[in-house]
Design a binder for this molecule. Structure first.
Ligand SMILES: [Ca+2]
Length: 191
């Protein structure tokens, strides 16, 4: 009987840890904001913002209701002879994205990444400021890839992980009941 219990307990624990690990890897996400939503669209109707030198487009992250707090990698997809974009968090400069100048057209877009990953919540805004001078470009979109959670002491969220705890507790209670019953039987036999 003891052997059986050990096997059951091992199974329960294995299942619990497997589900928890699986739930953790599911927590990967990205969000895309279209440039043309936040700045004058390119005049021939291409789905991109025609960002002018010395001007900026600002994205309030709360525009996407599913935006979750986290550490994000910021990628700007753009074309044109622009070589530098300044990135601002809530109006404050946090870094620049450098790119090689290209021609204009949706087929000339390049994905260029801010080297610094940024801690963001839905309350934040990100601005893309176009290099001054004779530099133009279209901004197709800005992509935010969640690369990590914000390091805090978080209470386990309701959601995927919650049913796992419940299931584990139920299984452990069941195991407990079996043990109790077994002890009771043994006691009875000794009487
Ligand atoms: Ca676009």
């Amino acid at each position: 009987m003891k052997k059986v219990l050990t096997i059951i307990l091992t199974l329960v624990l294995t299942l619990t840890f497997t589900s928890m690990a699986f739930a953790a890897t599911e927590n990967v996400d990205y969000f895309i904001y279209q440039g043309e939503t936040y700045y004058m669209q390119q005049k021939d109707g291409n789905p991109a913002a025609d960002l002018q030198p010395g001007e900026e487009l600002t994205i309030p992250l709360s525009d996407n209701a599913s935006f979750v707090p986290g550490i994000y990698r910021i990628t700007v997809r753009s074309c044109g002879n622009r070589e530098v974009m300044t990135i601002k968090l809530n109006g404050k400069e946090i870094g620049t994205i450098n790119r090689k100048g290209t021609g204009f057209g949706m087929d000339q877009m390049t994905d260029d990444v801010l080297e610094l990953d940024v801690e963001l919540t839905a309350a934040d805004s990100i601005s893309i400021y176009g290099q001054e001078g004779e530099y133009w470009g279209w901004v197709d979109y800005v992509r935010f890839d969640k690369v990590a959670d914000i390091a805090t002491t978080e209470v386990p969220k309701t959601g995927e992980t919650f049913p796992v705890y419940i299931a584990a507790m139920l299984m452990l209670s069941l195991t407990g009941a079996i043990v109790t019953k077994n002890v009771y039987k043994t006691k009875k036999a000794n009487m």
